[in-house]
Ligand binder design. Structure first.
Ligand SMILES: NC(=O)c1ccc[n+]([C@@H]2O[C@H](COP(=O)([O-])OP(=O)(O)OC[C@H]3O[C@@H](n4cnc5c(N)ncnc54)[C@H](OP(=O)(O)O)[C@@H]3O)[C@@H](O)[C@H]2O)c1
Length: 367
């Protein structure tokens, strides 16, 4: 490992890009070298390009405010030559994002992506670092396809499923689950918005988020899949049906879940499941990565805290990187029901990507 890695943020002016800046400005391993966005922002000082769109609780870090924003597309090869790797979170058409990310990878610049464009490319790992770090082993096959020595793309999953899949995946490691009904209640920052920019969301609920139900139903099976040859083959064991709602919450996605075990599985008790969650340590905890939450899954028992997890306390636990679960109890139609939540722009977006980059770094993929 090098002492410091120079990084670029592609989409630096956006909601997720701003989170990257706050998380990386005092990172022990990473130095923000490049900020890039659309032609609208290129050539401007960051503070002018982001302007009133800056919506973090803290000020723009002083050393970032004056940096000149580069053009993510026109300057791609130049940027690739200036940094060790890039984070990417852009609002563009899917095929344009695919091409842009491959362009950086082919210029020998690893890409850690928040975008959905490559989530189903069979040799692109889609990682929740605590759940499927073994999928990084597909990267040599991807490099071979791209014809690169260092360049590759690794993605994180959709933000909504990070509020519930970790809890289910930990149970699933010992007691296979075969079906679940999930309803997600998603914050407005997930759409890159604030109450100021989306006043219609005050005192409102929208029972539709375009494309999101599909992601919640399909992505978990890639995460639970296995590597076979040159691709990650999705699991066919778990069927999820999902409804998604946009709710008047600034940050934090909550999910209500009903689930059942595979036929023949001896069902664990509520106490056993809760203990599995408390005891679970993934690679980020074992490796003590800078953004790893000390406790991956926080547990609220139904008997002691039936009104938890609540957004405004749970979303900031361990820097917004923990998952909070509660209300685990027997269901009449399924085996169990429960509630879980996570911070959508921290664990679910920029924080999850930074944790993925840290895992890639200690495993030597950024050298
Ligand atoms: N918000 C979340 O919680 C969340 C969670 C997970 C994943 N994501 C994903 O992350 C990505 C970004 O989301 P966001 O919420 O941060 O969006 P956003 O706030 O709308 O920001 C979009 C960013 O993309 C840049 N951009 C737009 N067109 C571009 C172009 N032609 N070339 C280069 N850059 C361009 C924008 O630059 P300008 O300012 O110059 O226009 C801006 O920096 C999306 O793919 C989204 O699905 C978001």
């Amino acid at each position: 490992m090098k002492e410091k890695y120079d990084v670029g943020i592609i989409g630096a002016t956006g909601m997720v890009g701003q989170r990257f800046i706050t998380l990386l400005s005092d990172h022990p391993w990473y130095n923000i070298k490049v900020l890039a966005a659309s032609p609208r922002s290129a050539g401007k000082a960051y503070r002018d390009a982001v302007g009133r769109k800056w919506c973090m609780d803290t000020e723009i870090p002083a050393d970032v405010a004056g940096m000149t924003v580069m053009n993510a597309q026109d300057d791609a090869e130049k940027i690739a030559g200036m940094v060790d790797f890039v984070f990417c979170a852009v609002d563009m058409k899917k095929d344009e994002i695919k091409a842009l990310e491959e362009r950086y990878a082919k210029a020998e610049c690893p890409v850690v992506s928040n975008n959905s464009a490559h989530r189903h490319t069979p040799d692109v790992p889609m990682i929740i670092p605590e759940i499927n770090p073994q999928h990084l082993e597909i990267i040599p096959a991807q490099r071979k396809r791209l014809g690169t020595k260092r360049g590759f793309i690794a993605v994180k999953s959709n933000c909504s499923l990070q509020s519930y899949l970790p809890a289910m995946a930990v149970i699933n490691m010992k007691y296979p689950i075969d079906r679940a009904i999930v309803t997600t209640y998603q914050a407005i920052s997930g759409a890159g918005k604030t109450f100021e920019t989306w006043p219609e969301m005050v005192d409102n609920l929208i029972p539709y988020i375009g494309g999101e139900e599909d992601k919640s139903e399909v992505e978990p099976n890639k995460i639970l899949g296995i590597i076979e040859g040159n691709e990650i083959v999705p699991s066919t064991e778990l069927a999820i049906e999902c409804q998604t709602y946009r709710v008047p919450v600034s940050n934090g996605h909550t999910a209500a879940i009903f689930f059942s075990f595979k036929d023949g599985v001896q069902k664990p008790s509520v106490e056993e499941i809760e203990q599995m969650w408390r005891d679970y340590k993934g690679e980020p905890q074992k490796l003590n990565l800078p953004h790893a939450p000390k406790q991956f899954i926080y547990v609220h028992t139904e008997s002691d805290e039936p009104d938890q997890p609540q957004i405004n306390t749970a979303r900031t636990i361990d820097g917004g990187m923990a998952i909070s679960c509660g209300r685990l109890r027997k269901s009449t139609q399924f085996d169990y029901k429960m509630v879980s939540m996570s911070h959508n722009t921290l664990r679910g977006a920029a924080g999850g990507a930074v944790l993925l980059a840290e895992l890639l770094t200690v495993k030597g993929y950024m050298d």
